[in-house]
Design a protein around this ligand. Structure first.
Ligand code: ATP
Length: 131
């Protein structure tokens, strides 16, 4: 038995298709979605996400977002999403370095929340790449 997953980012449709299971990290903790899951809306954390389709598991880095589970489909609106295989590790390492430097040399005009979020995205890409 399968169910529909659609993942949308500001850059386009990341995934649309039938899957067997989905593992996501909500702001309340890890959750596995299987067919016929109860309807749900949950904010998603910056973390890895994985789904199984046609006996194959795909692992992605998800930059936070929101998930809607209904009887028809599961929809994720994400800030960004990349498959593990598509992660540019050097870019993520550079982004990590930039964010750390911004947080180290705090000045009144730097946006700490923004730098912290950039650091979380970079660390998540690095962790997902190394999985
Ligand atoms: P950077 O500062 O390197 O742009 P960022 O965290 O600000 O990182 P995002 O705004 O989250 O980047 O994403 C912008 C676009 O770039 C998205 O399409 C995202 O999938 C892609 N992207 C960001 N970092 C990477 C990476 N290390 N490897 C592959 N794609 C990436």
């Amino acid at each position: 038995m399968s169910f529909k997953l659609k993942v949308i980012t500001p850059y386009g449709v990341f995934y649309e298709g039938d899957i067997d299971s989905l593992n996501v990290c909500t702001k309340q903790g890890y959750l596995t979605i299987l067919p016929n899951h109860i309807p749900l809306v949950a904010p998603l954390a910056i973390d890895s996400m994985s789904y199984k389709a046609n006996k194959e598991t795909r692992v992605c880095a998800l930059a936070g977002g929101i998930m809607y589970v209904s009887s028809e489909e599961t929809k994720i609106i994400a800030n960004a999403c990349e498959y593990k295989e598509d992660i540019d590790i050097n870019r993520a390492l550079e982004a990590k370095k930039r964010a750390e430097q911004r947080l180290e040399h705090k000045t009144t005009n730097i946006n700490v929340t923004r730098a912290e979020a950039a650091l979380k995205r970079a660390l998540n890409r690095i962790e997902t790449f190394n999985k």
